[in-house]
Design a protein around this ligand. Sequence first.
Ligand code: 0GY
Length: 289
Amino acid sequence: MSPGYIPFHPNPSKPKFSPPPGAVDAHCHVFGPESKFPYASERKYTPCDAPKEKLFALRDFLGFDKNVIVQASCHSKDNRAMIDALESSAGKAKGVTFVGEEITNAELKAMDRAGVRGVRFNFVRRLVDFTPREVLERIAARVAPLGWHIVVYFEMADLPVLEGFFTSLPTTVVVDHMGTPDVSKGVDHPENQRFHLLMERHENFWVKVTCPERMTLAGPPYNDVVPFAKSLVARFPDRVIWGTDWPHPNMKKEAPDDGALVDFIPRIAPSAGAQQALLVDNPMRLYWA
Ligand code: 0GY
């Protein structure tokens, strides 16, 4: 583990909110175990192991049915731990990969058969080295025929320079963690409204209303993040998905209680219809159709 790295919560609380049957945790990761799936040499942090067995046990404990496992930067382009988790999930997990353009079409097809449905482009500078746009464009053109989408991870202040590239992508585009807004600026700040406008103008854009614990200034129960997520759920009810982000890489102060994160859901999606769309219908359309 990197010095100061905070492991996931050892003993999450049982949520009060019961997700509807078939609910999908649509953003989580598996890390290692390092003895079987070593971390990448180019990684920017070394996490604690967070193997598939622990993820599947948490899924059941929190009342979820399925997972979408997103390749994290600590494993870089070595997708074996993620694929192994998909293949051990009895059809209850799909994946989002991270690849370079050296990947072969046969390898992409094998990932597709294992349940991969998207590729992640990470623009967060503390996590990854820069990849030229032309390379990403070539990867996008190769995964589009598979029906995959592209997951983009960036910080909201960078949206103006990235927006043109995002809107040129030939696939569905799924934005990680609400575009990581600066919550001190408020929902109505032009920086955040620019993102809402992007969502409104481009119907191929979806958004994950995830990670209040990453952007909160107030701490749990994340009151300051509620308006951000709630407005996206209300405005784009058919293009929002939700996930735990377990095992919560790179938390600065403390690991979130996953039960408290689940109890955030009814505060951002107050009606049963909105919860059904957020947790079941939307992720099923995106990952299992
Ligand atoms: C996340 C967020 C983070 C890390 C990664 O790929 C990653 O390593 O995604 C982060 O540190 O913000 O999506 O879990």
